[in-house]
Design a protein around this ligand. Structure first.
Ligand code: NAD
Length: 362
């Protein structure tokens, strides 16, 4: 099969980790007889430096012309002083909106080889951690009107939080459909004791539940959910929530599984074209040192094969290779346990090479 992939290497460790993911994809293409064509896309700080814009229209167009987009990460202290609309993160928001990817799916799963890296007590980890957060991605407070006005002689900042019924319904449907493919349990997270947008959210989720009698729907307030994720994460199968709550809860969920360097995410809209990326940022503190963990990006590439290209065996092939390398005790610094006597410390390039060496056609 022929597929066009837009590669956004981005800033900081982005080029290093995307470089390894591309090599993995090349090997998978050779093993399974596919042809992956890549188009480089500038986004983030490097695009500001080069084009004066974090995502020029021409770059967005390249993404829209591709079958899917693989992204490293953008941003860094160099661009902290850049004014709001020109910040690297604005490129990412514009990309998500431009691609119409309204659903971000982030697995929170513990790799048995890394169970000791979880900050939770062993007895909680032993009950199992394996859930997905489905987060609404292009609505809510991040996309509302932002303004700072002067009232009574002082600045007052206003951020608008709005959701339409149709925006809630389409993300709700993804939540129910995802639960249907898993253990048929959906937890809808909101703040309906305070917010109107959450009351509408809850109403729509319960209307949808009538169409999905095989899925057990529960409601949870976001503050309680933040507690339950650390108290008993085994209770969750699929969580569906709005943009800002999902942003915060998914970072919390990633923390309990060990390293943020291991976790991929996918963002999808109505079609098959998706945006795939690791959940971490550009890690400027370790950029250029060849010590970053490329696994989150490599697993994001595997998700791309599974969800956008309908290549489940190829995705399994990558995930199995990652598992074998972890079984053999190879670790980047971020996932190296303190009692590291069974483990060998490797850098970004070597971790990529080991994963490629373990890619075997199933
Ligand atoms: P970060 O995720 O970049 O780093 C947090 C910590 O985790 C750092 O100590 C870093 O070294 C470590 N880390 C992250 N990824 C790692 C990896 N693959 N391997 C090993 N260690 C890893 O978060 P931050 O420091 O808050 O943000 C840095 C920059 O990234 C900021 O400019 C921020 O805006 C941006 N950011 C971008 C994205 C994105 O592009 N999607 C997401 C989050 C943050």
């Amino acid at each position: 099969m022929k597929r066009d992939i837009a590669l956004i290497r981005g800033d900081g460790i982005g080029p290093e980790i995307v470089g390894q993911a591309k090599l993995v994809l090349d090997r998978v293409a050779a093993l399974y007889g596919h042809e992956f064509n890549y188009t480089d896309v500038d986004m983030g700080g490097n695009a500001i430096d080069k084009w004066g814009d974090p995502l020029p229209q021409e770059m967005l167009d390249k993404c829209l012309a591709s079958d899917s987009v693989l992204l490293g990460a953008v941003g860094g202290p160099k661009w902290n002083g850049v004014p709001g609309p020109m910040r690297p993160e604005k490129g990412l928001l514009r990309l998500r909106a431009g691609m119409g990817v309204y659903s971000n799916n982030r697995p929170a799963k513990i790799w048995p080889q890394l169970a000791s890296a979880s900050p939770l007590k062993q007895e909680i980890v032993d009950k199992g951690i394996d859930f997905i957060i489905v987060r609404e991605l292009i609505g809510g407070i991040y996309f509302g009107k932002h303004e700072t006005v002067t009232e009574n002689g002082e600045p007052v900042a206003i951020d608008e939080l709005r959701y339409s019924e149709s925006e809630i319904r389409r993300i709700g449907r993804i939540g129910f459909e995802t639960a249907r493919k898993r253990n048929h349990k959906l937890c809808s997270v909101e703040k309906s004791n305070v917010l109107d947008s959450s009351r509408l959210w809850k109403k729509v989720m319960h209307e949808l539940a009538e169409e999905y009698p095989d899925v057990e729907l529960s409601d949870m307030l976001v503050d309680n959910c933040a507690m339950q994720i650390v108290k008993d994460p085994s209770q969750f199968d699929v969580i569906v929530t709005e943009n800002m709550f999902g942003d915060i809860l998914s970072d919390e969920a990633s923390m309990i599984t060990g390293s943020i360097g291991m976790i991929p995410s996918s963002s999808l809209g109505d079609g098959t074209r998706g945006l795939y990326e690791p959940i971490h940022g550009s890690a400027p503190d370790i950029a250029g040192k060849d010590i970053a963990n490329p696994i989150g990006t490599i697993l994001a590439a595997a998700m791309m094969l599974r969800f956008s290209f309908d290549m489940p065996q190829e995705a399994d092939c990558i995930e199995n290779a990652v598992s074998k390398v972890l079984d053999s005790g190879y670790r980047t610094g971020d996932i190296l346990p303190t009692d590291a006597h069974h483990c060998s410390l490797v850098g970004c390039t070597e971790m990529g090479r080991l994963i490629i060496e373990n890619l075997k056609k199933g």
